[in-house]
Design a protein around this ligand. Structure first.
Ligand SMILES: *[C@@H]1O[C@H](CO)[C@@H](O)[C@H](O)[C@H]1NC(C)=O
Ligand SMILES: *[C@@H]1O[C@H](CO)[C@@H](O)[C@H](O)[C@H]1NC(C)=O
Ligand SMILES: *[C@@H]1O[C@H](CO)[C@@H](O)[C@H](O)[C@H]1NC(C)=O
Ligand SMILES: *[C@@H]1O[C@H](CO)[C@@H](O)[C@H](O)[C@H]1NC(C)=O
Ligand SMILES: *[C@@H]1O[C@H](CO)[C@@H](O)[C@H](O)[C@H]1NC(C)=O
Ligand SMILES: *[C@@H]1O[C@H](CO)[C@@H](O)[C@H](O)[C@H]1NC(C)=O
Length: 931
């Protein structure tokens, strides 16, 4: 297994300059060796990489995602590993100084140059630079690097056992698999979460460089903070849109600059290539290893950047250069950015708002370029347990699905990793706002000086690194800290409650808030994801933001909401949903498709309650490193089963794999319907006193193949949820609210356009064969409506007892909306169409008829046409085979006999040699129970 290959370390082009010079050797690529002395393993490695990936590539281990390998491969993270470079042959002999720069080491490393320790690291999220000039001098022959990675679970335990370490009461410290994650600055979900595996990987997960300076006055750029804001802007107040833009450029560097350095800037429109501005920067100052300057840009000169659906994503290249006193350029930095303001409004409700019928309390919504908008989206978790294999191609595919899904915002949840720039770049291009969080979740964290210093470096680096991205929407301190952790602390240690609130504020307000504000004038900060806002902000106070916590008045609204209820008996009870200003997470888990399961399971495991399926369900987590967590996992499996049995026809197939597939599908139907019900409710809230302006469901995508809350499976396949969410996230929707206890039925139209829209809704009662119900069951066949900007209007209200429906099990109300209006920032009138349906019994009580679905494919146009020849087809589901990833224009739709539905399939990835079209099938609810 021992293999040493000739150098493949990539040398970047040498930047030569008449006087000033530096040499940058990229350490990325092959040519590394990964080894464990204790285990007597040595295999070829890469950078960036992680040990699991290199062991898998070397065939020492099987696919980590196969079967129960997340348990079987625990030995990897329980050991120490060393990444050793090939001898570095192309270094400069007469450098003045030499540095190692790491953009990400996961996590505990001791770094050696020619056997000499030059430094250690303990934070996955920081950038590290080490002066290795002295160490290099002592090398005999070509230098080598050793990166020794310690076992993270072992080190976390050692810190926990240190008598100097803080200890907390039991309840609030949520353990998924490995304990003690809160002591270490590593992706918290690496130690397990309820939707993912616990691999606790180690390795150099981001790029690294060896930088050599040949001359005193030479610099290497470590990080750049480009901050674009409206003059006078303050993070937590609405920016004045008439003010000029301020562009503040700040560059962190290695090496040294001449005292009399100056800075210039060039701003270029990416689309037209036209130069918007070239100028020298004002107020240039150098402090330590940072140079900063700024310039103003006329208020109306740049074209604004807008999120998807609200306007164009106008982008600009900003090139900042540093010159010496002879006007020689020492360095250029280019960042692609956009001009926009994004503001999280948590200010008190004003008198003007009260006069408009908005309930008192505080706002909790976003404003882009001074405009309120409805935030539609979901929560983003790490797309893989191993970040080095998250490619640009995969992320483009995912973000295409986000935009195709009518989503304009993702919450980048707090216990994965800060996203690499290339993902923000994709979000900038596609118009997806990223509510970004610092990596703290579901635990109480230390607040000793060493920990705070470590966090401060992490926060500063990441705030500066991503600040130029127009997609960056918000910084939040962490996940569920105020809404869940503080109440848990209250329960576990009531007498120490105010002490722990103090600790919380020390880290998330006193430390982090000023770090965000010092490095960004453009982005709002809040300490935790779900919260009741603040009472006031006083930047000179020791605790600059006074959170409202539970200092609230009933009947007032202050907060965003998070909602999980695994009692499926109230899944469609609107009275059980939270009423607030913004819904930032809610959901229920479901199974992935058969095709996705087949990627990870042996054929004999393809049934609903096989040990492997059950143990891959980490809801509920074991709370220990126990790998036989049948008790908790079965509870989660039971919740899915019970939900299906309550509302949907129970699958009944002879073939065991088909039966498994039908069950997986059934759990997805429940999931999608439940989210749809909540999204309709939250969106309608835009026209209610709570003035609800956001819905981000849990969760966008999967980290692996398992039962989870995701709408998109691991390889990109859409569950029923992502299609249904796309449908209900359309700009103008018709939504029924049926109270199955009282029989009350009301129909609303909700619009998130920025101006009034008009149209009509056809309401058509039919039986399941598609025949009209006499007299339309007493319902008017059509209703006209006018719906205001970002508003909802009730178009019809009745009680099912008043309707003349001969047989409730044989009746469907088809709602069909047509409307006209302007999309935000669009000059042309658009036509909107939306379909919905109502049944007055749940789907399992319907007297379903065979819809006799006919599917045809037109290879010339690439379209698929479905027709129901028998009866109404509910949840009409087009399915595609393994080997291709993509999505249909529409899916899970209702089809009435006589209608033809033609859809296209967008293939995002095809490994079938274009033969997949022959494998496309169609089914409906009726097929769930038939062979
Ligand atoms: C890993 O290295 C540390 C520090 O040298 C050592 O204490 C520990 O025993 C090692 N762990 C294993 C599993 O070899
Ligand atoms: C903007 O910058 C990118 C990346 O540096 C470059 O590929 C692109 O050509 C630039 N566009 C313009 C118009 O300068
Ligand atoms: C900076 O950019 C300018 C203009 O493109 C170019 O002429 C110069 O060589 C660059 N300088 C350095 C140090 O990269
Ligand atoms: C907001 O309202 C609260 C009462 O809920 C009040 O205590 C606080 O001072 C107000 N804040 C500001 C900035 O007016
Ligand atoms: C609640 O708010 C009131 C007024 O806004 C303030 O005087 C009081 O100190 C607050 N209480 C807490 C516990 O923060
Ligand atoms: C029906 O309405 C009542 C009264 O508003 C409410 O309490 C209940 O939650 C509703 N039930 C359902 C099923 O929506």
């Amino acid at each position: 297994m021992h293999l040493r290959r000739k150098a493949a370390l990539v040398a970047l082009p040498v930047l030569l300059h008449p006087v000033l010079a530096q040499k940058v050797v990229g350490l990325t690529g092959d040519g590394w060796t990964v080894s464990s002395k204790a285990l007597n393993i040595s295999v070829p490695g890469k950078l960036p990489s992680q040990v699991h990936l290199d062991l898998y590539a070397a065939k020492v281990i099987d696919d980590p995602y196969h079967g129960l390998n997340d348990f079987h491969q625990r030995w990897i993270c329980n050991n120490n590993w060393t990444y050793t470079s090939h001898p570095l042959t192309d270094l400069s002999a007469n450098a003045k100084s030499s540095w190692l720069v790491f953009n990400g080491l996961d996590t505990f490393t001791t770094i050696e140059v020619c056997g000499q320790i030059i430094g250690t690291t303990d934070n996955q999220f920081r950038q590290y630079a080490f002066d290795i000039s002295m160490a290099l001098e002592s090398c005999k022959g070509d230098p080598t690097l050793d990166l020794n990675f310690g076992s993270a679970p072992e080190i976390a335990d050692a810190i926990a056992n240190d008598p100097d370490s803080e200890q907390w009461p039991y309840g609030p410290q949520q353990i998924f698999e490995f304990p003690n994650r809160w002591y270490i600055r590593k992706e918290q979900s690496d130690f397990g979460w309820d939707w993912g595996p616990a691999f606790a990987p180690a390795g150099p997960w981001r790029d690294a460089y060896l930088v050599q300076f040949k001359n005193e006055e030479s610099v290497y750029v470590l990080n750049t903070d480009l901050d674009i804001f409206r003059k006078g802007q303050i993070n937590h107040l609405a920016p004045d849109q008439s003010q000029p833009w301020v562009v503040n450029a700040s560059i962190d560097f290695l090496g040294s600059l001449p005292q009399k350095s100056s800075m210039t800037i060039e701003i270029k429109d990416v689309e037209s290539g036209k130069t918007l501005k070239t100028s020298s920067l004002e107020d240039v100052s150098i402090s330590r290893q940072t140079i900063t300057g700024c310039v103003t840009v006329d208020a109306n000169t740049p074209n604004l950047w807008w999120p998807s659906g609200l306007g164009k994503q106008n982008l600009y290249n900003v090139t900042v250069s540093i010159q010496d006193s002879k006007q020689q350029t020492l360095v250029n930095v280019t960042r692609r950015t956009g001009f926009r303001t994004i503001f999280l409004n948590r200010l008190n409700i004003t008198d003007d708002q009260l006069a408009k019928g908005i309930a008192p309390g505080a706002n909790w919504h976003f404003e882009v370029n001074g405009r309120e908008f409805y935030a539609k989206g979901s929560n983003f978790i790490p797309p893989d347990a191993f970040w080095p294999r998250v490619t640009e191609e995969r992320m483009k595919q995912l973000f295409n699905a986000v935009v195709a899904g009518n989503q304009n915002m993702l919450r980048v949840w707090a216990s994965g990793a800060y996203l690499p720039d290339f993902i923000y770049d994709i979000a900038d291009e596609q118009g997806v706002l990223l509510w970004s969080e610092f990596q703290f979740s579901d635990a109480v964290y230390p607040s000793d000086e060493t920990f705070l210093e470590n966090v401060a470096a992490e926060v500063t680096y990441n705030v500066r690194r991503v600040n130029h991205h127009p997609s960056l929407a918000l910084w939040a301190g962490g996940n569920e800290l105020e809404s869940l952790e503080l109440p848990l602390i209250q329960d576990a240690a009531p007498d120490r409650y105010s002490f722990y609130v103090g600790e919380y504020e020390k880290l998330f307000i006193t430390l982090i808030l000023p770090l965000v504000y010092e490095n960004s004038r453009s982005i709002s900060y809040m300490p935790s994801s779900t919260n009741n806002g603040f009472l006031y902000i006083d930047l000179s106070a020791p605790i600059p933001m006074a959170e409202r916590y539970d200092n609230t008045t009933s009947g007032h609204y202050y907060s965003d909401t998070d909602h999980y209820n695994y009692d499926s008996s109230v899944a469609f009870d609107f009275g059980s949903y939270p009423v607030g200003r913004f819904a930032n997470e809610f959901g229920y888990h479901s199974m992935p498709s058969l095709q996705t399961w087949q990627q990870a399971l042996d054929p004999e495991d393809l049934h609903f309650n096989s040990s492997t399926v059950v143990l891959r369900n980490h809801h509920y987590p074991p709370g220990t490193t126990d790998t036989h967590n049948f008790k908790n996992s079965s509870k989660g499996m039971g919740e899915m089963t019970v939900a299906v049995e309550r509302y949907y026809p129970i699958p009944h197939k002879h073939d065991s794999v088909e039966q498994f597939s039908a069950w997986c599908h059934a759990t997805q139907l429940f999931q999608a319907d439940m989210y749809k019900s909540q999204i309709m409710f939250y969106r309608r809230g835009s026209g209610m006193p709570e003035r609800q302006l956001g819905s981000l469901y849990w969760q966008l995508e999967d980290i692996w193949q398992a039962p989870t809350w995701a709408g998109i499976e691991y390889d990109g396949r859409w569950k029923v949820l992502h299609y249904v969410a796309r449908d209900i996230y359309q700009p103008i929707i018709v939504s029924p609210f049926w109270n199955y206890t009282t029989g009350d039925l009301s129909i609303y139209v909700t619009s998130d356009l920025w101006e009034t829209a008009r149209g009509w809704v056809n309401l058509t009662w039919v039986d399941l064969s598609g025949k009209p119900i006499p007299g339309n069951a007493g319902t008017p066949p059509s209703k006209q409506f006018t719906v205001g900007a970002l508003n909802a209007t009730k178009i019809y209200e009745t009680n099912t007892a008043k309707l003349s429906i001969p047989d409730k099990t044989n009746a469907v109300l088809v709602l069909s909306l047509t409307a006209r209006g302007h999309l935000p920032n669009s000059q042309t009138v658009s036509t909107f169409a939306h379909r919905n349906k109502v049944t007055t019994v749940f789907p399992n009580k319907l007297s379903l008829l065979d819809p006799k679905l006919l599917l045809s494919h037109d290879s010339a146009t690439g379209t698929f046409t479905v027709e129901a020849k028998g009866g109404i087809s509910l949840y009409t589901w087009l399915d595609y085979p393994a080997g291709v990833v993509g999505y249909f224009d529409d899916n899970a739709f209702t089809l009435v006999p006589g209608e033809k539905k033609t859809v296209r399939f967008t293939a995002q990835k095809d490994e079938t040699g274009r033969t997949w079209a022959q494998g496309v099938t169609v089914r409906s609810l009726w097929d769930q129970t038939t062979n």
